[in-house]
Design a protein around this ligand. Structure first.
Ligand code: GLU
Length: 296
């Protein structure tokens, strides 16, 4: 059984991402699990980002069990999962534009962010007519409104489940499907990630059960924020290892800063792993104040 870290190679990892990765690694290794790495490259990919991300993770002392899995090489498995669901009548084509979905969700009785099921109710003739207008996405015909997951830090979390997209209208597997299929294929039974994804967990766990997969144990950890209380981003200054190195930090300095942020006294990854206690983790976000560049 394994834990995992699943970065999207859209740019360099910032200190908040690196801290989440260290937590995922500590959760896995401290419970005797393997630790796997998955590159979520179905969306925007920046050339070289994958290599730099893995190099940064290794520089912090994180190790993982090969092979690194690339989502772009996993289309056949995603298609099999879709075929399984389709054979059970659990999928339907959706032709809605983002705008139509937003308008429906803001209508009376609409649930913000929730797909209202418009295309689930199309007649065969209507569906045929819409096929000639735009390519369809494929949605899950969900038969629940909510689903409960277990999270080590949040307890039992019950959240909404809608008719989530399985295959985007460009034919590529959607994030929620890929995560569920990949975690199962990689023997992942523990998912540690930023708490911005807590609301995705009920959808993913429900989809897993439909595919005969036991949902993983979750731990959604607090994010890193900037001094304004917003989610940390590249524009907040020196927030990547490369940025910090320009200012004289070493990877060891960053590990020490992450350890401090977690209330740990160890100064390196091995020591942090030995000291790791999920019950002692801070439950509030980490406000990261980037160092200033020295005056020229
Ligand atoms: N690739 C996602 C991200 O970088 C993480 C997905 C996951 O951990 O399930 O935010």
């Amino acid at each position: 059984m394994n834990g995992r870290y699943a970065p999207s190679p859209s740019g360099d990892l910032h200190v908040g991402n690196l801290r989440t990765a260290m937590l995922a690694w500590m959760f896995a290794r401290s419970t005797g699990r393997g630790f796997r790495m998955r590159v979520e490259d179905l969306d925007r990919v920046r050339p070289g980002a994958q290599e730099r991300q893995l190099a940064d993770l290794a520089a912090l002392g994180i190790d993982w069990d090969p092979p690194v899995v690339l989502q772009s090489s996993r289309q056949a498995d995603y298609a099999d999962a879709v075929a399984t669901l389709a054979a059970r009548g659990l999928t339907y084509e959706c032709f809605c534009t983002r705008r139509e979905i937003a308008e429906a969700a803001s209508a009376p009785h609409g649930v913000p962010g929730h797909y209202p099921g418009t295309c689930r109710r199309l007649s065969d003739a209507e569906r045929e007519a819409r096929r000639s207008q735009r390519p369809a996405a494929l949605r899950l015909a969900s038969d629940v409104d909510e689903f409960a997951v277990h999270d080590v830090l949040h307890g039992t979390v019950t959240g909404p489940v809608d008719d989530l997209v399985l295959v985007r209208n460009d034919g590529v597997a959607a994030y929620n499907l890929a995560v569920v299929v990949d975690d199962a294929a990689m023997d992942v039974d523990q998912v540690v990630r930023g708490d911005d994804l807590l609301t995705s967990a009920p959808r993913q766990a429900y989809l897993a059960t439909l595919l005969g997969i036991t949902p993983p144990e979750y731990a959604h950890v607090p994010l890193a924020l900037n001094t304004e209380g917003k989610r940390l981003a590249k524009r907040d200054g020196a927030v990547t290892l490369a940025d910090l190195e320009v200012l004289g930090w070493t990877s060891a300095d960053l590990v020490a800063a992450i350890a401090d942020s977690l209330g740990m006294s160890a100064r390196d990854a091995a020591g942090m792993l030995a000291e790791f206690d999920p019950a002692a983790l801070p439950r509030t976000p980490w406000v990261f104040v980037p160092p200033e560049a020295p005056a020229a």
